[in-house]
Design a protein around this ligand. Structure first.
Ligand code: GLU
Length: 446
């Protein structure tokens, strides 16, 4: 027996949002879990509201998320075309079937579907038994001859042999119309699974496209890891029934099933997503982390000085700076500010950090001693620099922190950052000494 056939059926009428991504993901997961087929169908019959830009955003977002489709635009398949705008002939054929069954009539130029008058019951895989009575006949072709969503949606689910309709709960109210149509065509019902709503971050109500953090492109622009976003999305309405949250995709595919989908609404939580992303970022190979960073800097554009300076650096230096920053930042988008002093002499100085250092006494003597010691130090490793500093501190009966704090401020303008020795090693002797000298000459500038 062939496996389940599921579909993701977006309308390209807006940017790709978290709710759509979650629906696509759950369909994809079900297909991968069952060895079934994941179909991408573009519901673009509403010509006035569709655009090619939005269509490309759908393809790009799905690819970025790793949700490859087995049938659909660009993939082909036996049940195409996969864009509803190209299926007019198929809709006409199916319309003939309804006409022949005596289930249509015309009124005011529009074509109506005659309902059965019977309550419709579905056994939803998530909601359980749902009963609903359609009380009015409804339009299936508008007076301009274009077919209506309910009609094309059901026709395509029949024609594409869809076995499971997995979609957002906002479509539950349409289902009785759809069931009426399936029955009028004399076709068996697919299994319906209506996914719980995604509530907005705070307050009541479902997340809308306009809510902060609702668009998938935004996470891509911010150089989130798609696997982190996908892992997060899995948990919006599904759980593996233990407390695990971070899971490899193969494990999610193995565990995912319709009974694991929750009935209760899921709340979007951008802090949880950011945290998930950070955990994933931490475990990336430095090369991948640097590649993400490079993509992000490139996206900032050449007019952004932080991007221009970072991208002008040698690839080895860029990689080394990013590898140093990887365990320290929570997100890729922190990198331009976090790494600024590695790429320019024109870095900002944190007035608070300066104040703290000067509150402990004038640091210039310490800095002059540090500069003298480092002027002959071996800059090829953190350990050699550390030894020089330890010797210096011992000779002066001070702690190395007495040198590290002002030394960090002088070369980086801040009191936070990666290891002091790594900063010096990467910046190199010449630049480091010049920065200290500049600081000694004009500590007020800082
Ligand atoms: N085109 C519909 C939407 O964008 C899909 C409905 C369905 O999945 O059946 O919401």
């Amino acid at each position: 027996m062939p496996g389940p056939r599921v579909r993701f059926a977006p309308s390209p009428t807006g940017f790709f949002h978290i709710g759509s991504a979650r629906t696509a993901l759950f369909n994809w997961l079900y297909a991968r879990h069952t060895g079934g087929t994941f179909v991408l169908r573009i519901e673009d019959t509403d010509q006035a509201r569709n655009s090619d830009e939005f269509l490309n955003v759908i393809y790009d977002s799905l690819r970025w998320l790793g949700l490859d489709w087995d049938e659909g635009p660009h993939a082909g398949g036996d049940f195409g075309p996969y864009r509803q705008s190209e299926r007019a002939g198929i809709y006409r054929e199916y319309l003939e079937r309804l006409k022949a069954a005596g289930r249509t009539y015309e009124k005011d130029g529009a074509l109506f579907f005659r309902i059965s008058g019977e309550p419709q019951v579905i056994d939803d895989a998530v909601r359980g038994r749902v009963e609903r009575l359609e009380e009015k006949d409804f339009v299936i072709f508008r007076s301009d001859g274009s077919p209506v969503f309910h009609f094309v949606n059901v026709v395509d689910d029949i024609a594409m042999r869809i076995t499971h309709v997995i979609r957002g709960e906002d479509h539950l109210s349409n289902t009785s119309k759809h069931v009426e149509l399936f029955k009028a065509f004399g076709e068996p019902l697919p299994t319906f699974a209506h996914l719980p709503l995604i509530l907005k971050q705070s307050g009541p109500g479902k997340m809308s496209k306009r809510d902060q953090g609702a668009l998938v492109e935004e996470y891509r622009r911010r150089a989130y890891l798609p696997e982190a976003l996908v892992n997060f999305l899995c948990l919006l309405g599904w759980s593996p029934k233990d407390d695990r949250e971070k899971m490899p995709m193969a494990e999610i595919i193995r565990l995912f099933d319709l009974p694991g989908i929750n009935q209760s609404n899921a709340r979007f939580d951008d802090k949880k997503l950011a945290h998930m992303n950070m955990v994933y970022l931490l475990e990336q190979a430095p090369e991948r982390f640097a590649a993400l960073a490079r993509g992000f800097f490139t996206g900032l554009g050449p007019a952004d000085p932080a991007a221009a300076d970072a991208l002008a650096a040698s690839p080895d230096y860029f990689l080394a700076v990013m590898a140093l920053s990887q365990p320290k930042v929570k997100a890729i988008e922190e990198l331009p500010a976090y790494t600024r002093y590695f790429f320019t002499e024109d870095y900002p100085v944190d007035p608070k950090a300066r104040e703290t250092i000067f509150a402990k006494g004038d640091p210039r003597t310490r800095l002059a001693e540090l500069a003298a010691a480092f002027s002959t130090a071996d800059f090829s490793s953190d350990a050699t620099l550390e030894q020089v500093l330890r010797d210096l501190a011992a000779a002066k009966a001070l702690k190395i922190a007495d040198y590290i704090h002002p030394g960090r401020l002088a070369v980086s303008g801040t009191s936070v950052g990666p290891s002091f020795f790594s900063i010096y090693r990467l910046i190199g002797r010449d630049k480091a000494l010049r920065r200290i000298e500049r600081f000694l000459g004009a500590p007020d500038r800082l």
